[in-house]
Write a protein that binds this ligand. Structure first.
Ligand code: SAM
Length: 263
């Protein structure tokens, strides 16, 4: 495997070997940006290259659009096109070393540019960079592509387990508005980080407490459609949320329980 480091990507730009660059915002990302109403959202575009989508979002009035790329060369192009783009929002560096907190992270041809061995780390780091309730959205190739150099391909069934490790609210479906050269070969990704905890209704909490005190056998109907049965052995708080532990050792956040029944 070739080293996909700063020198590699810099050479690609110096030699203008940038076949991924479509010369404008792609339709899926443009239409996604168009339906966002909060212009204060903190948006990160990693491996953003010439950053057509960042320019588009900036021109639409989004004030907190950031781009990170290993090399500064594509940023020069962006600044020539859009001199008013805030330079302090252009970060030259490694995505994996970047720290921050974002409401949206936008993916396009960054995932496929990375060594596939880094994919679990990519998902970990995306999750770390998101604020509670934040989302990573964008397009992933649903195509074999290359195995020895970018773009590296993959399929929905390969990507799903990577993302479900961290993201419970996940959608990865065929993209309906791809640009024509990519039509039928892209998936639309939307993966949301857990939001802030909303305490459960007092009367529901009273039911949990009563069942725990009486050591009753209960049946929990969870928001993901699963059902869990047992005796509540503990009610506790962790990371700002309320939880219970059942006699089989499983732990459940109270806001993910939609009903408690006594069978
Ligand atoms: C295939 S290009 C895609 C550029 C852009 N997303 C687009 O669609 O035009 C991949 C980009 O990722 C950048 N890149 C690669 N590895 C990176 C890393 N670890 N951190 C930040 N940027 C990286 C490269 O410099 C390059 O600009």
């Amino acid at each position: 495997m070739i080293d996909l480091d700063h020198a590699y990507w810099e050479q690609r730009y110096l030699q203008d070997l940038t076949g991924w660059d479509i010369g404008g915002p792609s339709t899926p990302l443009k239409e996604y940006i168009d339906q966002l109403t909060d212009k204060d959202l903190r948006i990160l575009i990693p491996g953003g290259g010439r950053a057509w989508e960042a320019e588009y979002a900036h021109r639409q009035g989004f004030r907190n659009v950031f781009v990170i790329d290993l090399t500064e060369l594509p940023f020069k192009d962006l600044l020539e096109r859009c001199p008013e783009f805030p330079q302090e929002h252009l970060i030259i560096g490694d995505f994996f070393a970047h720290a921050g907190s974002y409401d949206r992270i936008i993916e396009q041809t960054f995932f496929c540019a990375l060594d596939p061995a880094l994919r679990p780390k990519y998902v970990d780091h995306m999750h770390t960079l998101l604020s509670p309730g934040g989302k990573v959205v964008g397009v992933l190739f649903n195509d074999t592509l290359n195995s020895d150099k970018p773009p590296f391909g993959g399929s929905r069934s390969e990507y799903l387990p990577l993302f479900t490790r961290h993201f419970q609210h996940l959608s990865l479906e065929p993209c309906y508005n791809s640009i024509s050269p990519r039509a039928g070969r892209e998936l639309w990704l939307s993966a949301a980080k857990e939001g802030y905890y909303v305490p459960v209704d007092c009367s529901l909490y009273d039911h949990f407490e009563a069942a725990a005190t009486l050591k009753e056998h209960v049946r929990l109907e969870l928001t993901d459609g699963k059902v869990q049965e047992g005796i509540i052995v503990d009610l506790f708080q962790r990371e700002g949320a309320e939880w219970l532990r059942l006699s089989d050792g499983t732990e459940h956040r109270l806001d993910r329980i939609q009903a408690l029944r006594r069978p």
